[in-house]
Design a protein around this ligand. Structure first.
Ligand code: NIG
Ligand code: FE
Length: 411
């Protein structure tokens, strides 16, 4: 791969360290003016300071950043990347007054995507998700998490996880696999949610573990989906098997998901639109990252999670896309960045932390990803912008001009 120099960087902005940034640390970024980065075999070797640039000799590649902003590549810590079909027909249902859980209770929503995902072959799902990963790279996203959860039976959950594994092996993007067998109760188990959780705990989750197909396990803890008691049983089993824990919690109703997340020291809790103070206290105590999904609030017409209160309480805040065919059919994390500032009222520095090091840590990748420092992987974005404020401000455009993954320019 050789040696690369990125020179003439106007501003390099990055959080530092390999840990989750919480409280006042959330808003601390290093900003180096007029700097250069030396990369060797995909790893950052040196970030020069004080306008000093190494002589260009001895490099296999020299990239001129033209005085622009460079940040770490974005890390999308929550996606439902693999799915059959789309759900554009739900727009008419929404306009007629149906809300998200109404559609799901009527056998649509997630269950509609389950039908289409079961019908799709491995190859079809792979090709579709590969194109999504290409689109993500184009937006400056260099790593993501991806969940199963539209198979809801052993054969199809394993099919989805095998697609995720193959993508992680073949695509330049780093893809963190999460098992989400408990995304909804499938039609075969209608009215028998407890039996479905038993099957997950006794059969499917151990099989996923045995095959090494996922690092994390996730469950949708929500009114009329899985209750807190079922979520506890599922996550305790997952922890026993060695999975890291994630939980879709307090998205529409607060039914105990965020308390459980903190109590079980989950790596992250997702959504948290309806979280209350006691849920926040539990998460702060348990060291759980808040994986916030502002584009989903936007798309569902919900309120926005109390991000600033979480920062005040010492919870590390991450912002992700939640890309999925129902509640957020957009993988544009730059839009979530805009919403992070405008709706969560987070500062640009807090937002940059929320789309780089905090999701990297929430997905177990903080040691290699999420910041620009010697020893970390050379995943970065050269922005068509002089500073990160501009990225927070120019909503609707794609400002990622060049994207580097593992030391190689992919855009
Ligand atoms: O995170 N809330 C549950 N799951 C996804 C939506 C999945 C879907 O609607 O297909 C979410 O928003
Ligand atoms: Fe989700």
């Amino acid at each position: 791969m050789g040696k690369t120099l990125i020179r003439n960087i106007g501003c390099l902005q990055t959080p530092v360290g390999s840990y989750s940034h919480k409280g006042s640390k959330q808003g601390i970024n290093e900003k180096y003016q007029n700097t250069a980065i030396v990369i060797e075999d995909g790893i950052i070797r040196e970030i020069t300071s004080g306008g000093r640039e190494p002589a260009a000799e001895g490099f296999d590649e020299v990239i001129d950043a033209e005085g622009k902003l460079v940040t770490p590549g974005l890390f999308d810590g929550h996606t439902h990347l693999i799915f059959g079909g789309y759900r554009q027909h739900e727009i008419a249902m929404k306009l007629a007054g149906a809300d998200y859980l109404d559609i799901l209770r009527a056998g649509g929503g997630i269950l509609d995507t389950v039908r289409k995902t079961r019908e799709a072959s491995f190859e079809e799902l792979y090709a579709k998700a590969e194109a999504f990963l290409d689109e993500m790279l184009d937006f400056g996203i260099t790593s993501c998490e991806a969940k199963s959860g539209y198979g809801l039976d052993p054969e199809n959950e394993i099919k989805m996880l095998e697609v995720i594994r193959a993508l992680g092996e073949k695509h330049p993007m780093d893809v963190v696999p999460t098992f989400m067998g408990a995304h909804a109760v499938p039609p075969e188990y209608e009215g028998r949610g407890d039996d479905y959780i038993d099957m997950m705990c006794e059969e499917l989750m151990p099989e996923v573990r045995r095959r090494g197909l996922a690092e994390f396990a996730d469950i949708f803890c929500e009114d009329s989906v899985f209750n807190a008691e079922q979520s506890r049983r599922y996550l305790e089993k997952a922890a026993e098997l060695g999975f890291g824990l994630k939980i879709h919690a307090d998205e529409i109703e607060a039914i105990g998901g965020s308390q459980l997340a903190g109590e079980l020291h989950a790596a992250s809790a997702e959504h948290l639109i309806a979280i209350r103070e006691d849920g926040m206290d539990s998460m702060a105590e348990g060291g759980t990252t808040a994986m916030l999904l502002p584009a989903t609030s936007f798309y569902l017409g919900k309120t926005f999670a109390p991000a600033k209160r979480m920062i005040e309480k010492g919870i590390p805040v991450a912002i992700a896309s939640d890309f999925n065919p129902g509640s957020c059919p957009s993988l544009n994390l730059q839009f979530a960045i805009n919403l992070g500032c405008l709706k969560y009222r987070m500062t640009p520095e807090e937002v940059l932390t929320a789309v780089t090091i905090n999701p990297a840590c929430g997905c177990g990748r903080g040691d290699l990803l999420g910041t620009l420092e010697p020893g970390k992987q050379a995943d970065l974005v050269i922005w068509n912008a002089p500073d990160f404020e501009m990225v927070c401000y120019r909503f609707g455009s794609n400002l990622a001009q060049h994207v580097m993954k593992k030391g190689v320019l992919v855009k």
